[in-house]
Design a protein around this ligand. Structure first.
Ligand code: B12
Length: 212
């Protein structure tokens, strides 16, 4: 347990080298990747979020913390991956235009890959034009949109409309997520579902695909 607390503290401190060392140590101690992710890395980032909210830390510190968190995520990523990829369906993920937050979306992607889905991550700040093009090219079963800002969340509605206008809506289920997003917002914009965290995102995708 101590190592996981230390991982959380190292995310807060933005200490990438320490995170690398501690994540490996936690694995060698037998902690499962999910626990290292939730009780270590995500715990640390939540603490940073609280401090950011109360102006105890500022953008540079948050950025350094998120880079450090990424070092841990990359060590865990192969442990979530599955050789069943390509079997259960293809998912496109994107953080919508104007939004640069991608830590949560990456975790969702890792969980989905681990469960045997093929994930195409279009990245951050993705326009509806690029999303529509990617759907035409890759023909995913599910499109997952992420937004962490109340200001960018409204762009999700535009993406849903653009997919509709392109005549692709029947081909793809749309799932949305990110801290400000709610189930009622998903209903309001005509998305097919919402999930508050990575584990429920996986459940949601399974549910959406069982309806296809
Ligand atoms: C890290 C961070 C940043 C980093 C992002 C780095 C990166 N590579 O992601 C940087 C420094 C760049 C940043 C910048 C800014 N940020 Co910021 N940031 C955060 C912070 C501290 C943590 C976010 C995070 O990673 N959380 C951890 C992950 C694991 O959680 P998550 O993202 O919610 O994801 C989970 C779920 O939401 C869900 N999920 C996520 N995506 C999806 C997608 C699908 C399809 C599904 C189903 C589920 C799902 O599953 C995930 C895993 O469990 C939050 C605070 C917070 N409490 O959220 C503020 C926060 C989001 N930021 C905020 C702000 C204001 C900004 C800035 C505007 C600040 C500024 N003045 O410049 C800029 C905006 C930049 C931009 N244009 O996007 C505000 C947003 C307020 C609002 N409601 O609009 C917050 C809430 C902080 C605050 N309390 O004020 N930020």
């Amino acid at each position: 347990m101590r190592t996981l607390t230390e991982i959380a503290a190292s995310v807060e401190a933005g200490d990438s080298a320490k995170i690398k060392e501690l994540t490996r140590k936690a694995l060698s101690q037998g902690h499962c990747p999910e626990k290292i992710l939730d009780d270590g890395l995500v715990q640390g980032m939540s603490a940073v979020g609280e401090k950011f909210k109360s102006n105890e830390v500022f953008i540079p510190e948050v950025l350094i913390a998120s880079r450090a968190m990424n070092v841990g995520l990359e060590i865990l990523r192969p442990l979530f991956s599955s050789d069943r990829a390509h079997l259960r369906g293809r998912i496109i993920l994107a953080t919508v235009k104007g939004d640069l937050h991608d830590i949560g979306k990456k975790i969702v992607g890792m969980m989905l890959e681990g469960a045997g889905y093929e994930v195409i991550d279009l990245g951050i700040d993705v326009s509806m034009g690029n999303i529509v093009r990617a759907i035409k090219t890759n023909r995913p079963s599910v499109l997952g949109l992420s937004a962490l800002l109340t200001t960018t969340m409204s762009y999700m509605r535009e993406v849903v409309e653009a997919v509709e206008h392109a005549g692709l809506r029947r081909r793809v289920r749309i799932a949305i997520g990110g801290a400000p997003v709610t189930r009622s917002y998903a209903d309001e914009i005509g998305a097919d579902g919402y999930a508050p965290d990575a584990a429920s995102a996986l459940e949601l995708v399974k549910r959406l695909l069982s309806k296809v």
